[in-house]
Ligand binder design. Structure first.
Ligand SMILES: [Zn+2]
Length: 225
């Protein structure tokens, strides 16, 4: 099963991708991570990407798709994958579709994690990021120490409120058409209200994937398989 995750910055896609990966037993493939790994390992595509980065240019979609293809054809992704950060624009959705077709796969499900802009501004402006391993933290002051690698946490420039509003505007402009594109191509898109505790959002996502049943009767309790 190949699942594409969409959602604005701060909606918790990365966290949900990790949790869904564990629940479903398929790997999370985060575009930023596999790009960094390919550059670090010096693969053919990685060297190509690095040439762009060294010039201060954006790595083109074609190179990113090549890196994703390498990962998607690896044994780890045999049963499927959860793609985080692979699709932000319509051309990327088209490119991903074409690439997957070449390797005999397709997108099975699109999950759109949605949160109000005001809540996102609140969340993101409370975020710090490890300057070593890039792990994001909520509600931790800049200067605290990363639990994973011991480096310092910093507040990124684009997590300042004005910059956040800008990023959200870019997101709305680019990604709203992606949802329409998937729907027009008869692909199932589920909108998940992600303004809720992490566990609740995971349950909602699993339900959208048909992996969690709602119990009949009073209270409509959610049950885990
Ligand atoms: Zn770290």
């Amino acid at each position: 099963m190949i699942i594409v995750l969409l959602g604005p910055p701060g909606a918790g896609k990365g966290t949900q991708a990790d949790r869904l990966s564990t629940k479903l037993g398929i790997p999370k493939i985060a575009t930023g991570d596999v790009l960094r790994a390919a550059v670090r390992d010096g693969t053919k595509r990685g060297r190509e990407a690095k040439a762009y980065m060294d010039r201060g240019d954006l790595v083109p979609d074609s190179v990113i798709l090549g890196i994703l293809q390498d990962v998607m054809t690896s044994p780890a992704a045999k049963k499927g994958a959860i793609l985080d950060g692979a699709v932000r624009t319509v051309p990327q959705a088209e490119g991903l579709g074409t690439m997957l077709k070449e390797i005999g796969k397709k997108v099975d499900k699109v999950l759109l994690f949605d949160v109000d802009d005001e809540e996102l501004v609140k969340r993101l402006s409370g975020r710090t990021v490890c300057e070593g391993c890039q792990t994001p933290y909520m509600g931790r002051e800049p200067g605290s120490i990363c639990e994973k690698c011991g480096h310092k946490l910093v507040r990124r420039k684009d997590d300042e409120p004005e910059a956040i509003r800008n990023r959200l505007e870019v997101y709305r402009r680019q990604t709203a058409p992606v949802v329409d594109w998937y729907r027009n191509h008869k692909m199932s898109v589920s909108r998940i209200d992600a303004d809720a505790p992490v566990d609740t959002v995971t349950s909602r996502a699993l339900k959208a994937l048909g992996r969690e049943k709602r119990e009949e009767g009073r209270g409509k309790r959610e049950v885990r398989k």
